[in-house]
Structures are given as C-alpha cells and as structure tokens.
Design a protein around this ligand. Sequence first.
Ligand SMILES: Cc1ncc(C[n+]2csc(CCOP(=O)(O)OP(=O)(O)O)c2C)c(N)n1
Length: 548
Amino acid sequence: MSKTTIQYVLSRLRELGVTDFFGVPGDFAFAINDAICEDKRLRFIGSCNELNAAYAADGYARIKGLAAINTTYGPGELGALSGMAGAYAEHVPIFHLTGQPTRATQDAHAVVHHTLGNGEFDLFYEMTAPAVCARTIISPENCVAETERLIAAALYHRRPVYMAIPSDVADQPIIGSPTTLAAPQSDPAALESAVSAIVAAVTKAKTACILPGIFITRLGLREQANAVVEASGLPFATMTMDKSVLDEAHPNYIGMYIGAWSDESVRAFVEDADCVLSIGCLQSDFNTGAFTAKLDRSKTIAVTHHRTRVGHAWYEQVEMKDVLAALAKRLPKRTDIRGPKPGDLPEPKGQGDAKITAEALYPRWARFFRRGDTVIAESGTPALGLTLARMPKGATFHNQTLWGAIGWATPAALGAALAAPDRRTILITGEGSHQMTVQEISQFHRFGLKPIIFVLNNSGYLIERLLCKNPNAYYNDIASWHYHQLPQALGCEGWYTSRVKTCGELDAALAKAQACTTGAYIEVVTDRDEAPPLATKMHQSTRTLYKR
Ligand SMILES: Cc1ncc(C[n+]2csc(CCOP(=O)(O)OP(=O)(O)O)c2C)c(N)n1
C-alpha cells in the first residue's frame, strides 16, 4: 500500500528530525491533524493561537534546525503569517502545513466558512508568497516531487515553506515513487580559489579576527566553525544577532562587536584588523550599532551559505560547510595574534531594601545563568541589557534581532524547551511583549516543562520611550497586570511565583529559582525609566539608526 499524501509529507519531515507539530486544529485540517496523531512518533502541540504556534516553531527550529506548524484554512493560516515572515527574515526554516476545503468545493466556487465569501480559494496561498521561499498546493500526482522541492528549498534558503493540502487530497495515496533531491555541491575549482584567497589573506595579516555569525547555528556548523577558530588560533567577536553562536567561554572570545556600541578595546581590535573573517553575518541596524560599524570591505572576508567574498572578489557555488572544513585544515595557526580580554557586566549594585535598578538587575541575571542554559531574550530593553553579559560554557542566547516582533520570546521559549527538554530554558521578557502571547506559558506546564521565566515590569514600553520624541507619550503606557498571578490562572500548578520590588527580594527569588524543581515565574518591578547602558546608547543613536 503506498502512503497517503499526508503520510508521505509527515514521514519525510520525521526523517529530517521534526517530531513536533505546533498548531490549532480545524475542520479543513482534520485529515492532517489526524495523521499527526495517528503516528505515535509524532506529537501535535496544540498552541493557544496560530501566531504563538509560529513563534514556538521558530524557537524549536533555532535548536533543532527545522520545525513545522499545522493550521487550518484562512483565519488559521493567516494568524501564523506574521510569525512566518519573522522566520523568513531570520532564516529559520519552518514547514507550514495547512488544510484547504476539498477540490470539489473549490471547483464549485462554493461560499464556505473561512473564505472571503467570493468563491476564490487561492487568496491565502497568494498572501503567503513573500513570507516563504517555496509554496505549493498538493495533489496525489505532485505530492512526492513537491514535498522534495519544498524540503530542498527550506534547507537551501533556511527559510519557511508553505504547503496547502485540500482535505480530500490528504487521505489519497501518492502517485509516483519517492525520490529525494541531492544537496547542493561546491564547485571544486571555485572552492579551491576561495579557500586559497582566504588562507593568503590570513597568512599575510598582521592582525586578524573572526566574526562568527548566525548562519553557523542555522546550518548546524558550530563544530566546524569552532574547528576553524582552533586551527587558526584567531580571536573572535560576535555581533548582536550572532551572540553565543560560538561558546563565549572559549579562550579566543574577545566580546561583542557592535560598531560604536562595543567596548572600545573590541571595537578598535576588530576595526583595525588587517583581515576580518566573517562567517554568516548580517550587516543589519542592531548588528552594526545603528550602522556605526566600520569594516573596510577590502580587508573583510564574508563566508556565506552558498558563496564567499574575499575583499571585493566573489566566489560562487561555494558551500559554507566546505569552506569551513578546508579552512580548519589549511589556515596557519596565528598564536602571535592576541585580542583583548572579553568584558562582562559589572558587579551587581544594590542590596536589601534598595530599589531594583538596571545596574542591580542585569548583572544579577547574568550571574544567574549556568552552563548549558538556553536563554531566550525578548526584544526591548531585556535583550539589550543582556547583550554584553558573558554567557557560561555551552549556554546559548536567542533573540529575534532583525524581525524584532515583540511577543516572539514567550512562545519561542516553549519551542526551544520542547526541542531541548534536558536543558534549562530561561525566558526573559518585558511585560509589554509578554502581554501579546502570554497564554503560551500554560503549555510549559501541559507538556511537563519547567522553565524559569522573568517578566520585567517597568510600567510600559521602555525601549519605545527611549526612541520616540516624547518619553511620556501615553501610547507607551499599558494596562497594569498582576503578572505573577498568571501562572496560577493559566493552569501552571505548583510553580514557584514571586513579585519582587527590592534587591533583597530579587536575591531571594533568584536563589529559589536556582534551586527550583518546578517551573518558576518571577515578576521584577523597576521604575519605568531603568534602562541598561546599551538601551541608552540606542537612544543616543537615533540619527544613524533611522538614517535621518
Ligand atoms: C509585534 C510588534 N508590535 C510593536 C512593536 C514595537 N515595539 C518595539 S519594542 C516595544 C515595547 C517593548 O516593551 P516591553 O516588552 O515592556 O519591554 P521594555 O522595553 O519596556 O523593557 C514595542 C511596542 C514590535 N517590535 N513588534
């Protein structure tokens, strides 16, 4: 018996390591929902809404390399669309499976629920186009070829793909035999030229460094990139989005390079180097300290996913994994090049009944992190306050730096925790962001996960107060919630919860959370203008940030 179309799709995703499907069921998607639940090796993770499903899948894919969501037609899939766009921007591959009305319904242009009532059925397929790198509508005849095309596209571009399955098609057998597409190969001559040019540039440089970027983790190439650091002995720094792609406890780590927002020693070392070997980095606003980074193109090498630039010369059809493997073998060991020692957040200020200031809070959070933690930091002041914290060995830091949708972090932390349940997951979010997607904390408890969640309550949208004309504009005020009571209301039985307003209370809560065997949820209350130094630098950089 050949597989049904949906069985084929699910089996291929399972082979690629996707065992969890985030989503909300619906009648046009029942055949997909049922097929997931019938396969005991797969799990349907019922999300509170489709946007949260997309964010959770995003967090999952950041750890596992690939994720999937399953929505119903129209309102379901469109709810996920903003999250898919974020995944597109940040190169996070998510397989979006959505159910459609039957082909007979579509052929009849029937007026059915979940449509605009105009008999048109391909509108949502069209709306999805810019947020995915490939999309398709499945039939029994095209299922095998289209599934393979979408998988290949998702892996080639590391971006989301969209597959609509009419509900009558889902249970029909595939027509045609399964074949997989070969992964792209480097052109041997181009690879040789690129690698020789890099080796020559590093060899003749008096000073050089590496900027390892986010693509290293997106491609699962941490070990290979680490081997390049080890072989070359070169110091490395990371930009904002790339934080912790390589271990910050590594002896060659020199700190964060964020243009003029960097520590001066790191900025000078990177910008004065004769050769900067960047591996999968993006020159975006927040990566470059509001475009203040000064990297001379003629001295910079950019190893990207499928091509490499050395100075002004591009080498096409050169896969990053092949470049890294060759560099680990061929780069000279430059023990003569020494970078600055990485900084860390200063000693925490304040104790006892003192209010929780930024100087009290962020260094305490940094000291709370342990080896191997997964830290999900939300856009806004929380991520900025932690960017310069040095992560312990094996700990990773995740932030949606480019797309920057607030609300991402809470479900993304759920996805990350499901993807790596043996690691400690720490969510740090502002309360404004948390309000957007907060229901998803209920899923941690539902799936037996024990996160540590910190909600920074500074009475509104602080980062916006720092960026807009009038910091007191009332559009940055928000409804005041009793955050620490939410876990109870959302069914997180037995969690440790607390609301802290003083340094002494914060210390006690941190100690409790450190020792906790249940989920922990701590609301940290500060004055509304308690901004960490990087947020203040951003405030001072609006001219270059907005190119005014
Ligand atoms: C989906 C979305 N809507 C609006 C914004 C604009 N925005 C950026 S930061 C921010 C406020 C974040 O506030 P909060 O989470 O409380 O963190 P804080 O900076 O106050 O610590 C807003 C509304 C956004 N980035 N994403």
